[in-house]
Design a binder for this molecule. Structure first.
Ligand SMILES: [Fe+2]
Ligand SMILES: [Fe+2]
Length: 166
């Protein structure tokens, strides 16, 4: 494992070991890409960019890893109140607050990651960064240019139910 992967793992260890984060492997998020693989992809490249830009690496990386922790099947209309675009950042922030001691900056990163389509306004450079990296990663996933499952395999993160509801 290279030094970047080692540092990324050290920052996120508590979260990577949790059932909640690993259970994101149950749901597809973009095409065949699971919510877990997407979140790891966004979190890792946010970590690399935050490091390069000398931002708050811990808040940016943790916020990115938890930004889509909504924990339901987005195709199930009964699983959330209405508009997925608006609902899922709020559900993710609620679940993240139940999982870890979330800073205000981390909470805003999660709540604002869909801006300008919905949610809160990003209030830090780290929140703007996650918004941007999320958009780039989603585009690479939807166009099948990248296969983020490879990153999960390199990190040794096991989805809670690899043969689950995907
Ligand atoms: Fe999202
Ligand atoms: Fe996302």
């Amino acid at each position: 494992m290279d030094r970047y992967l080692k540092e990324f793992t050290a920052i996120t260890r508590e979260l990577l070991d949790s059932q909640q984060v690993r259970s994101m492997g149950l749901w597809r998020h973009h095409g065949p890409v699971t919510c877990l693989d997407h979140s790891l992809f966004v979190a890792y490249w946010t970590y690399r960019a935050a490091r390069f830009l000398r931002l708050d690496i811990r808040a940016a990386t943790r916020g990115a890893l938890l930004h889509d922790l909504y924990l339901y099947d987005p195709r199930d209309k009964s699983a959330h109140p209405g508009n997925q675009c608006l609902d899922h950042p709020r559900a993710a922030a609620r679940n993240a607050a139940g999982l870890t001691d979330l800073s205000q900056k981390e909470q805003n990163i999660i709540l604002s990651h869909m801006w300008p389509l919905g949610g809160a306004l990003p209030r830090s450079l780290e929140a703007w960064l996650v918004d941007l990296v999320d958009t780039v990663c989603a585009s690479l996933e939807l166009t099948r240019i990248c296969r983020p499952a490879r990153l999960r395999e390199r990190l040794g993160v096991r989805p809670l139910a690899a043969t689950g509801a995907c």
